[in-house]
Design a protein around this ligand. Structure first.
Ligand code: PCD
Ligand SMILES: [Cu+]
Length: 792
């Protein structure tokens, strides 16, 4: 491709530089912390030093006496306003500011509003809280022991730490398959507690205008409309008296789906003081208290014939949800979409049960680059397949190839009830193996093993289910998961597309303009995408679970097609022919059989706003709206191959190569898709090799900075080798599937499988993440490998 082509603007789908980058690379983005309002005050949160303690008294008098302090808010103050507790995304309640007890280290206890950020922080030190420490529950496995302290004694009648039991699949059929299997491989594994860790932390600027009675909140949210409705419910205000603005967002990764105490406190602070209040958390606050992801203790069993045909899967999970069940997921799915744990394989039966428990840790359970627990599901099955390969003495690529679903099985109904829309899995795996030169890699590995060198090759094949709704099955707190879109074409033929979703770096301003461009033949440069402001956009559930392309993207295509149909009628009036005689080519309607007689979309737009006499029943203007309720999820998939070298003396793992073949159906902007995959692969290396949110026995959080909680950099990442196959989604208007989370979902298993494969000569069959040098070194010394940081 020449430089000119690379930079040309496609009239629709294709590689195109991101429209938003013009401001980002000049440092001209506007993030929440860039919002400065006249008279704005600053809030700071006092946090609990204890993981579990009763509050016996709070004295705020010294803080209130600080000359720059305007207000100090405690849980008791909020209780007076009936705001001490707020609903969580999983139908639990969560303390906004603690009243009775603190239930995790870092929990919000008081909120100070002062004239500047420094004074607010200084005044926190002046607050005197009397705590009566209680024994904490740190390990999920201890949470259900009869003598475990009851964390949620605020809930009436609660006598233990049990949250829910959920199961899926056919237990009897699965037991039957296991009874007649030649081989059963069992493995316990932990998906450690990790954190989305976006570079921008969470925050809000709340402005309650006493005159108009309107509340405006600039806030880090991935779901502006859902937040507005929640505030409306909690505060008893009508939605139109609340405006949520989500400006530029510095990464979300699920961390910005929920509502945090600091946001609510900023709103209360503004209401009390009559001034705008900004609250912006720092890095430690973000890592300690604002969400987490995973924390699944899993036992997997896989049944197979001795010839390597997988028959069934049986799984039990203990899910650590922290002190409040704030997990973000559709209401009917307490374990998210973990039900897709049967993965990409043609099996006879499957069953899983999940038990959720409270512990004295931060709440959250966000879908960090994961469509609601799919990352855990994919990791589980891909590790199990490798364990089975180990036990059978079979090549993991061959074992996968023998069991993958075949193209003719689609649409495929899984044994746990999911309908996979489309795929050609063997072709994708074959592409990845060819790109990796798999056979040569195995030969190289054999030679290295002769010399005592540790080289590993790891595979993962994943299927995701992304793009929630349909609203019949999926809602969040009763709000159906459908998305609105509005498209207006101006008289000059330029257009504005209004969306309910909100990008956090994914490039929606570019790709959504491209979707409309493809349908209407208006240049993406001439289409402005408006999102992230509830006053300016239609209702919809927001951006997470890779749902923007599957849902809002479909809505954008549908509104554009509606506009195209209106344009057809206008064109028929202009050309004085019947609409039935018109044919569309990108950008214009013309008379069938007479290419010259036609009108461009721009000419039509002008006419639609002009004095042209329009046919009966057609109003002027060129615009349309739609609400898109997806008929099904989309099922992107991919095959990954990772090559590592392990230094037996230091335990250091070097990811030498990574081949990723992704199939997300039709790619709107291949350059953006590749960027999404790059980011997710780095995430995977991070989780596999270095990340865990550790706690000590007292519930002290040990990962409160980027010195402790490590982010992968380019130094730890190889030059990614990307490939693709394209299997369009049959039910999506443009055949696209989501891709934003694919690589984060698929890559940890590939990396771990590679490291375990490298350690195979030492008899290692499984190892839990993160595979830090210390953990790997111990394994290389012959001690059983265990996660050195997570409590196990
Ligand atoms: N086929 C296709 C697909 C897709 N695409 C593109 O790509 C992107 C993405 O998409 P999606 O898949 O649809 O997704 P969304 O929804 O948009 O987004 C979301 C995601 O996204 C991802 N990625 C990213 N990136 C960035 N930069 N940042 C961020 O933050 C982030 N995050 C992450 C996450 S995590 Mo969750 O929230 O956890 O649930 S979910 C998520 C966009 O732009 C679109 O358009 C294309 O082109 N094509
Ligand atoms: Cu958006």
């Amino acid at each position: 491709m020449t430089a000119v082509e690379e930079h040309a603007t496609p009239m629709g789908h294709g590689r195109m530089h991101r429209k938003e980058d013009a401001r980002f690379i000049r440092g001209r983005g506007t993030y929440v912390d860039d919002v400065v309002l006249p008279g704005m005050l600053h809030g700071a949160v006092l946090r609990s030093p204890h993981a579990h303690a009763r509050i016996t008294g709070i004295d705020v008098s010294a803080a209130k006496a600080h000359p720059k302090v305007r207000a100090v808010i405690t849980g008791q103050d909020l209780a007076g306003l009936d705001l001490a507790w707020m609903p969580t995304l999983s139908g639990d309640v969560q303390a906004v500011l603690a009243t009775d007890k603190v239930r995790f280290q870092g929990q919000e206890v008081a909120f100070v509003v002062a004239e500047d950020r420094y004074s607010a922080r200084d005044a926190l030190e002046l607050i005197d809280v009397d705590y009566e420490p209680l024994p904490p529950v740190v390990d999920a496995r201890r949470a259900l022991e009869p003598d475990a302290p009851v964390i949620r004694d605020d809930l009436e009648g609660r006598t233990d730490n049990h949250i829910f039991d959920w199961d899926t699949g056919d237990k009897a059929a699965t037991d039957d398959v296991f009874a007649r299997a030649d081989v059963v491989s069992t493995q316990d594994m932990l998906y450690p507690r990790v954190h989305p860790a976006p570079l921008e932390t969470c925050g809000a600027v709340a402005d309650m205008d006493k005159v108009t009675g309107k509340l405006t909140v600039w806030t880090t949210t991935q779901a502006p409309h859902a937040h507005r409705t929640l505030y409306a419910l909690v505060a008893g205000l009508p939605e139109h008296k609340i405006r949520i603005i989500s400006p530029d967002i510095g990464g979300g990764f699920g961390n910005k789906v929920g509502i945090y105490s600091g946001y609510v406190c900023a709103v209360v602070g503004s209401t009390l003081t009559g001034k705008p209040v900004k609250w912006m958390e720092d890095r430690s606050e973000n890592l300690m208290s604002t969400s987490f992801a995973r924390d699944y203790h899993m036992r997997g069993e896989i049944a197979a014939t001795s010839g390597g045909k997988i028959l069934g899967l049986r799984v039990t999970v203990l899910a650590d949800h922290g002190a409040f069940n704030g997990t973000a997921q559709p209401t009917k799915f307490p374990a998210g979409f973990f039900g897709v744990f049967t993965g990409s394989y043609d099996i006879e039966a499957a069953y899983c049960s999940v038990t959720g428990v409270y512990t004295n840790k931060a709440p959250g359970g966000v879908a960090y680059a994961c469509s609601f627990r799919i990352t855990e599901a994919v990791y589980l099955v891909e590790r199990l397949v490798d364990v089975l390969a180990y036990d059978l003495g079979m090549d993991p690529a061959e074992l996968r190839m023998r069991n993958l679903l075949l193209p003719e099985q689609f649409p495929y109904r899984s044994k746990t009830g999911w309908e996979y829309d489309s795929g050609d899995y063997p072709a994708t795996l074959r592409t990845a193996l060819e790109m990796a030169h798999y056979d040569e890699l195995r030969a190289e590995q054999a030679a290295k093993r002769e010399r005592g060198e540790l080289m590993g090759i790891g595979l993962a094949f994943f299927t995701e289910a992304v793009g929630a709704g349909p609203r019949k099955h999926m809602d969040i707190l009763g709000l159906g998961m459908a998305d609105g879109a509005e498209l207006r074409v101006h008289p000059t033929g330029k257009a504005v597309l209004r969306l309910s979703c909100q990008s956090q770096g994914q490039g929606h301003e570019t790709t959504f303009a491209q979707i409309v461009a493809e349908e209407l033949g208006i240049s993406p440069e001439d289409i402005d995408v408006v999102h992230g402001d509830t006053d300016q956009t239609p209702f919809g559930l927001g951006t997470y679970g890779s749902r923007s392309t599957p849902v809002s993207g479909a809505a954008a295509a549908v509104v554009a097609r509606r506009v195209r149909e209106r344009a057809k009628i206008v064109a028929s009036a202009m050309l004085e022919v019947s609409p039935h005689d018109l044919e569309w080519e990108k950008g214009r309607w013309f008379v069938r059989g007479d290419r010259e007689a036609g009108r461009t979309i721009q000419e039509i737009a002008l006419a639609a706003h002009g004095d042209l006499e329009l046919p009966e029943g057609i109003e002027g203007h060129l615009d349309a709206t739609c609400v898109y309720n997806p008929p099904n999820l989309t099922y992107p998939f991919g095959a990954y191959v990772c090559v590592v070298d392990v230094d037996a003396d230091t335990g250091q793992v070097k990811v030498r190569r990574f081949v990723a073949v992704d199939d997300c159906g039709v790619r709107i902007n291949p350059m953006i898709v590749e960027g999404q995959v790059h980011g997710g692969l780095a995430d995977g290396v991070g989780m596999a090799l270095m990340q865990v949110m550790p706690f000590d026995e007292d519930g002290n959080h040990l990962g409160g900075s980027f010195m402790d909680y490590l982010l992968p950099t380019s130094m730890e990442c190889p030059s990614w080798e990307l490939g693709q196959t394209v299997t369009p989604s049959p039910h999506h208007p443009i055949g696209a599937k989501g891709v934003g989370e694919s690589a984060t979902v698929g890559s940890p298993a590939a990396v771990v499988n590679a490291v375990v494969d490298a350690l195979r000569p030492l008899g290692v069959r499984h190892a839990d993440m993160p595979l830090t040098p210390a953990a790997v070194w111990r394994a290389a010394q012959g001690s059983p490998i265990r996660t050195d940081l997570a409590i196990t």
